[in-house]
Design a protein around this ligand. Sequence first.
Ligand code: HEM
Length: 251
Amino acid sequence: MAPRSPITPTDRALRAVLRQGYPDNFTDRAKAIFASAFLTVHSVRVRKRSLKWNYTFGLGLITLYLFVLYLVSGVLLMFNYIPSVDKAYASMLALQTDVAFGALIINLHTWSGHGLVLFAFLHMLRVFYTGAYRKPRRGNWVIGMVMLMVTLLMVFTGYVLPWDQNAYWAVAVGAEVLAQGPIFGEHIRTLIIGGNEVGQATLTRFYVLHFVVTPGLLLVLTGMHLWRVRRDGGLASGPDDLELPSTKARF
Ligand code: HEM
């Protein structure tokens, strides 16, 4: 009788996560990926060309990591920020001077926000120039567009929160510009600033938009975006494999 191979701690850990042994063949790898919520964003097979660093330049992933950094630093800022017109600016100053690593957290948040916009845009250019916006990835291109709009809204609403002169005048001037629009101009202005004058209602609106609505939307859209990358047959690897006959994507 052949000796039974001992189960190593690594095997046990893998079984706990994957509910099966180490997947060393194609079928087991596919099963492991379909069965795990964590692995499910990975394709079972990938095209060699799409793995080359100079195909994606890692731009989508860099954008994703910046988003995570933006979220984590934002949550840390929430512990000290006070969304009140009298206290917001003072709470930001206190964060820089009285709170350990406060200035570092503010800077991480500011720069990851700037980076997010820049890299989302560069990623969009990469997708455009490799032609990956075409069928069957059209739906994901549209999702990406919406993500870019929501990202811009998230970063702009954050700009207002320190409630300094820059913030106040950015909202005041922006609202007046919107008010000049036809028919609904005045209504849109009132809706955005929460009344006739820029004040506490405005700050509360921007606070909720920045901390809850836009990041929540982006989290959901990011999940859909990554799921679509896989559903559309993994990354496109060039014009020759853009129209995959096997993909069932409807738009
Ligand atoms: C805003 C944050 C965004 C994040 C976090 C994000 C993340 C990603 C990631 C990680 C990938 C796979 C790896 C890669 O291609 O580098 C990807 C692919 C893709 N993204 Fe984005 N993306 C974002 C914005 C956008 C935008 C603005 C567009 C276009 C308007 C877009 C369209 C696409 C498309 C079409 C693919 C599939 C590309 C292919 O198959 O070659 N994404 N995205």
